[in-house]
Write a protein that binds this ligand. Sequence first.
Ligand SMILES: NC(=O)c1ccc[n+]([C@@H]2O[C@H](COP(=O)([O-])OP(=O)(O)OC[C@H]3O[C@@H](n4cnc5c(N)ncnc54)[C@H](OP(=O)(O)O)[C@@H]3O)[C@@H](O)[C@H]2O)c1
Length: 347
Amino acid sequence: MNTRTVTEELTEVVLPGTVEPEGLQIRHGAVPTAGPGQVLIRTEATGVSFAEQQMRRGRYYDQPPFPFVPGYDLVGTVLATGEDVDPALAGQRVAALVKVGGWASHVLVEAADTVPVPDGIGAAEAETVVVNGITAWQMLHRKARVRAGQTILVHGANGGVGSVLVQLAQAAGVKVIGTASARHHDALRERGVSPVDYRTGDIPAQVRALAPGGVDAVFDHVGGRGITDSWRLLAPGGTLVSYGSAATRDDAGSKQWPVFKLLARIWLWNALPNRRSAYFFNVWAGRAFSKPRFRSRLRTDLTHVFTAVTRGEVTPQIAATFPLTAAPEAIRLAESGTAAGKVILTP
Ligand SMILES: NC(=O)c1ccc[n+]([C@@H]2O[C@H](COP(=O)([O-])OP(=O)(O)OC[C@H]3O[C@@H](n4cnc5c(N)ncnc54)[C@H](OP(=O)(O)O)[C@@H]3O)[C@@H](O)[C@H]2O)c1
């Protein structure tokens, strides 16, 4: 055990209930002690994901009861190690996926859930590809299993997950059609993406004009009625990966219902005789079935993503950086629809 005394103070952001961003609270306290199997991480960067935008509305389908500290992922340095943890981990920069709890200056994480960040990648840069990168990688390579020469449709191609997905796909030799608001189209064209405006016009017609035989995979975080178009746009042998329900973010009613509806549709489509397949992907879900498999895939896949960053295949996109205590401004910016890339919080 690394017994270095920690004389710092804990600062964390608390989501007390369903609140506007200004309702987030700052709490100070004692830095926790790493227990058996755990490491204490001093956070260097965390960020705003779509999940926090849904959680503050009480709309994330498996969020914990209020109050809690949000924050899906983080990058930081191991400050102390608990019993049964290799003390050599102390001082290393690591990334972790935590689902909640990341918006804190110090976070306890199971050592087995950390992934080393290679030298040469800064904390904020690494943070842009933790939940976004692992989600993009696993959907591309574990679900759709894309191959060079294929064409895919990425909804929200300029978003946090979407922009990493686009770059990883291109690195694999895949052509990308991407939906986005018109203001992002020039940037997408510069990156070699064929843009489609999801706000105006007929999305399926625009995609068919670009890929008359259909696309090999669709990555859909929007859900709602449009998921049926995503399914119909698949070429024979194609794969739909549904991974969110952004269309229902502001709806009232059950937060689980939109996901159940997606799951039911996917089940039905897979049951019908056809040559296409559909999945609902959740980056955290596999943890409930097998922690060792989840951890091993997290480590392998996130390491692939970091390698892609090191090689210049993926360029980290930081929209803005705020101090942790400015989380309300950070979440407002993330929700404004004007940010390009990840909004970062630094304690
Ligand atoms: N299942 C999982 O494991 C998992 C993991 C991570 C994220 N997610 C989901 O992934 C989604 C994106 O997260 P993020 O952090 O990347 O969010 P983000 O950075 O805020 O990006 C959201 C993107 O969605 C686009 N968008 C919004 N409405 C759209 C619509 N109707 N059609 C097409 N695009 C639309 C926006 O496009 P414009 O800016 O061009 O308007 C933006 O590019 C969220 O729904 C989140 O819940 C799921």
